[in-house]
Design a protein around this ligand. Structure first.
Ligand SMILES: [Zn+2]
Length: 459
């Protein structure tokens, strides 16, 4: 077909107008968007994304809550791009990504698998299933059980699941005779878990659920003390009586799959092997129904049952003002946000909010993607080898959580290995900040803590 010159000119003009419209909309989105993106996972991505080809690859799955990998590429990324003078092309994928995330958020249904009463001899089977299926869950553990099986608490933690507090001995009579007994058991269990993982569980689930057990005092004081009490929306029925068969547990667990958010109550305490047996199919059904799997987060608005008339009328004494002042009020400080970590690398600066980084044995541990991308580098993810590839400052580095090492590749193809405590935490790849800076050619110059922040300077 012959195309006239006039048609060609018209097409060129239309294309030009379209390009301008796209640039204008990109600029307006970047300037308007001050909201931090919801949980941006470092990982996973469906395939190997070569670092050079795709600066900010789209996310495969974005469950709304992935507490430890929250990052805010929005403003920071735009700022970084401006500073590094990257062409607009490098910014466009970020905008597309945000829009994809928004769309996913709208449609994304999430199920939170929760396991109560463990750890027990059932827990390893549950963990193995979750690992195989690539699914994270929340474990509400009993202090008594945790104390006798610390290795299982460790395993839960290392696999990136969330740990909540389910009191020490699960004895209703003790726990619901008065708040101070409940409190003592929470603190006792907290101490056991802290000794094993280094972290205090902030999530609390009441044995038997709050309904019929909690009065307003229980709810109020736990909240004031910094805890998030959470019940469930779907009961698998696995503790209705002894030995509920797997088929029945499955049926109850997937009875209604319409809700956009499901908190499913399951048990991994002793005697609950049928729950473990039902788990693979429960996961398969939720996956087939399009659900993402999330872990509960203390910052999330919790699902809580109401106070029953019986509990309200139980007449339990409220602890004294003095007791509250010395126990409840200072406790909240344990969970208060800490200082942010400012990273000053050359001319660039990025900030990690409290919760976005960890301090383990005196070392800053940071999420790879959040740090590198906010400082103008690029990160890819190789699902097969569970490693991340970094392109930053003209260097190419691969971070391998399985082999626990960093591999540096120079332009002539020679590689240098270095052992490093690269870790998968949740769905993100984390590594010691110092090592990340060193292998990417940013030697550490200074690390200090002031009144308002922590600051690390690198060359
Ligand atoms: Zn329980």
């Amino acid at each position: 077909m012959k195309v006239s010159k006039r048609t060609l000119i018209r097409r060129t003009i239309i294309r030009g107008l379209l390009a301008m419209a796209i640039i204008v909309s990109v600029i307006s989105v970047l300037s308007k968007n001050n909201l931090p993106a919801a949980a941006t996972q470092d990982l996973p991505e469906p395939a190997v994304s070569p670092v050079k080809a795709s600066p900010v690859p789209a996310q495969a799955v974005t469950p709304p809550f992935v507490p430890i990998s929250r990052s805010t590429p929005g403003n920071d990324a735009a700022k970084v791009s401006a500073v590094t003078g990257k062409p607009a092309a490098a910014i466009v994928p970020l905008v597309q990504k945000k829009e994809q995330q928004k769309e996913q958020k709208k449609e994304q249904k999430t199920v939170y698998l929760t396991f109560d009463d463990g750890p027990s001899n059932v827990t390893p089977t549950v963990l193995e299933t979750l690992r195989k299926q690539g699914v994270k869950a929340t474990f509400f553990v009993l202090g008594e059980q945790a104390k006798s099986r610390p290795e299982l608490i460790n395993a839960i933690w290392e696999q990136g699941h969330a740990i909540g507090n389910h009191t020490y001995n699960h004895n209703y009579h003790d726990l619901y005779s008065g708040f101070t007994e409940f409190w003592n058991q929470i603190k006792q269990t907290e101490e056991v878990v802290r000794e094993i993982t280094g972290l205090r569980p902030q999530l609390v689930r009441a044995p038997g659920g709050t309904y019929g057990h909690f009065d307003a005092t229980y709810f109020e004081l736990l909240k004031e003390a910094g805890y998030t009490v959470t019940d469930w929306t779907v009961d698998s029925g696995d503790s209705k009586r002894k030995g509920v068969p797997a088929a029945e547990i499955l049926r109850q667990s997937v009875a209604s799959m319409k809700a956009s958010s499901v908190i499913l109550l399951l048990h991994d305490g002793a005697g609950h092997s049928e729950s473990a047996k039902a788990l693979p199919e429960i996961i398969a059904r939720y996956k087939a129904a399009g659900y993402a799997f999330g872990v509960l987060d203390a910052g999330q608005e919790p699902v809580q049952f109401r106070v029953s008339a019986a509990a309200a009328a139980s007449g339990r004494t409220k602890p004294s003002k003095a007791w509250i002042a010395s126990n409840i009020l200072p406790n909240a400080g344990l969970f208060a946000p800490g200082k942010p970590l400012a990273l000053e690398v050359g001319m660039l600066e990025a900030k990690l909010e409290p919760g976005e980084f960890r301090i383990i044995e005196g070392q800053y541990m940071v999420p790879l993607r959040a740090v590198v991308e906010r400082l103008g580098g690029q990160v890819g993810w190789n699902a097969a080898s569970r490693s991340g590839s970094i392109s930053w400052n003209g260097r190419y580095v691969s971070a391998d959580a399985v082999k626990k090492r960093l591999t540096m590749t120079s332009d002539d193809g020679t590689t240098v290995y270095r052992q490093s405590n690269v870790e998968m935490m949740g769905d993100s790849l984390w590594l010691p900040l110092r090592e990340l800076l060193e292998v990417t050619g940013h030697p550490l110059l200074e690390a200090r803590v002031t009144g308002g922040e922590r600051r690390v300077k690198a060359g």
